[in-house]
Write a protein that binds this ligand. Structure first.
Ligand code: DGY
Length: 334
C-alpha cells in the first residue's frame, strides 16, 4: 500500500524529518524557503498531512484546493494561523504543541520583563557604543521587580508558570485577568488574585501578556488601555502580535506614558513597526520565547508524534478538534 505523503513546510531538526520518513513519503524544506500562498498550495499537492508553523496560513481556500489533506500538525502552541472551524467542517484534524514549551516560554517572558524593568538592552547598547565614561547615581536606574505587582493577562499554562516565578522567586504580588477564574487551589500557593481588566491595567507594575490571539483579543492593549497604566509600569508581550497596537505602544513609550516594554511578537512580523525600532525603552526579540534547543526539539517531536498517530489511524496526543476523530470513528463504524 502506498505510504501517505506529508509536507514539512519549514526546516526542522533533520532527525524529525528522518523519523517522519520512516512512516511517510516526506517532502521537506531544508533550505527553509518561506512558501508564499501559491507555493504552499502547490507543495501541498497530494499530501495527506502537513507539519506547519506559525508562518503557514491554513484557511478555507487552501483546504478547498486540497480535499485529500487530513491532518495539519502545527509546531506551535498558538494556532491563529489556522482556521480551526474551516478544518473541522472539512474533517481535517488539527494538532498543536502545548505543555512542552510552557516553562521555556515562561523563562523568556520573565527575562524580558526583567530586561525592560532594569533597562538591560538599553544599557548594554550604551556600553558597547563606547559612551560609558563614569559611574553616576542615576545611570540607567530602572524599576524594581522583586516585591512589585505582577499583572498577567491570560492565565493559562504559561501565565501560571510566569506567576510562579514572580510569586515564589521574586516575592511579587500576582494579579491576573482571564475569562475564567483559576481554581482557588491554583490561586492560593501563588497568592494570585483575579481582577477585572481595568484594575489589572491600573495596578500592575509589570504587565505580561500571555493570552491567545483571536479577533476578540485584537488590540486588547491600545492607546486607551496604555493611558490607564502607571507611568512607571512595563509591558511585556510573549503572546502574539496584534494583541498590542504597536503604533499606540510606540507613541506611549515615546511620551513616557509607560516606562518600558519588551516584545517578542509583532503585528505583521517579521516586519517590526519602524517607530518601535527607534526607541531606547523597548526590548525587541524575534519571536524566540520557546527557543531553547531542548524545547524546540520537543515541539518538533510532538508535532511528528501527532502526524504519525493521526495518519496511522490512532489518537494524536494533542488534538485541537478531537470532534473530527470522533466523527471519523463513527463513520468507519469503530
Ligand atoms: C508558539 O508555540 O505558539 C510559539 O509562539 C511559536 O510560534
Amino acid at each position: 500500500m502506498a505510504r501517505p505523503a506529508v509536507l514539512v513546510a519549514r526546516a526542522v531538526f533533520p532527525e524529525t524529518v528522518q523519523r517522519l520518513a520512516r512512516h511517510f513519503e516526506v517532502e521537506a524544506n531544508p533550505a527553509d524557503r518561506i512558501y508564499d500562498r501559491a507555493e504552499l498550495i502547490e507543495h501541498l499537492r497530494g499530501k495527506a498531512g502537513a507539519l506547519t508553523t506559525a508562518s503557514e496560513r491554513i484557511d478555507a481556500e487552501l483546504l478547498d484546493a486540497h480535499p485529500q489533506l487530513r491532518v495539519v500538525a502545527n509546531m506551535a502552541v498558538g494556532y491563529n494561523n489556522i482556521d480551526l472551524a474551516a478544518c473541522s467542517a472539512r474533517g481535517v484534524l488539527v494538532t498543536n504543541t502545548p505543555d512542552v514549551l510552557t516553562e521555556t516560554t515562561a523563562d523568556f517572558g520573565f527575562a524580558l520583563m526583567l530586561a525592560a524593568a532594569r533597562r538591560l538592552s538599553e544599557s548594554e547598547r550604551f556600553l558597547r557604543s563606547g559612551a560609558w565614561n563614569r559611574w553616576a547615581y542615576d545611570l540607567f536606574s530602572g524599576t524594581d521587580v522583586h516585591d512589585a505587582t505582577l499583572g498577567i493577562l491570560g492565565m493559562g499554562r504559561i501565565g501560571q508558570a510566569i506567576a510562579r516565578r514572580g510569586a515564589l522567586g521574586f516575592g511579587m504580588k500576582v494579579i491576573y485577568h482571564n475569562r475564567s477564574r483559576l481554581d482557588p487551589a491554583l490561586e492560593a500557593p501563588l497568592g494570585a488574585r483575579w481582577v477585572d481588566k481595568a484594575a489589572l491595567l491600573r495596578e500592575s507594575d509589570h504587565l505580561v501578556l500571555v493570552l491567545p490571539y483571536a479577533p476578540a483579543s485584537h488590540h486588547a492593549i491600545g492607546a486607551a488601555e496604555l493611558a490607564t497604566m502607571k507611568p512607571t509600569a512595563t509591558l511585556t508581550n510573549v503572546a502574539r502580535g496584534g494583541i498590542v497596537d504597536d503604533a499606540a505602544l510606540a507613541a506611549a513609550l515615546r511620551a513616557r506614558r509607560i516606562a518600558a516594554a519588551a516584545l517578542d511578537v509583532f503585528e505583521g512580523e517579521p516586519q517590526v513597526h519602524p517607530a518601535l525600532l527607534g526607541l531606547a525603552n523597548v526590548v525587541l526579540t524575534p519571536h524566540i520565547a520557546s527557543a531553547s534547543v531542548a524545547t524546540r526539539r520537543a515541539m518538533a517531536e510532538l508535532a511528528a508524534d501527532n502526524l504519525i498517530a493521526a495518519l496511522g489511524g490512532g489518537r494524536p496526543p494533542t488534538p485541537l478538534n478531537p470532534e473530527v476523530l470522533a466523527r471519523s470513528a463513527r463513520a468507519s463504524g469503530a
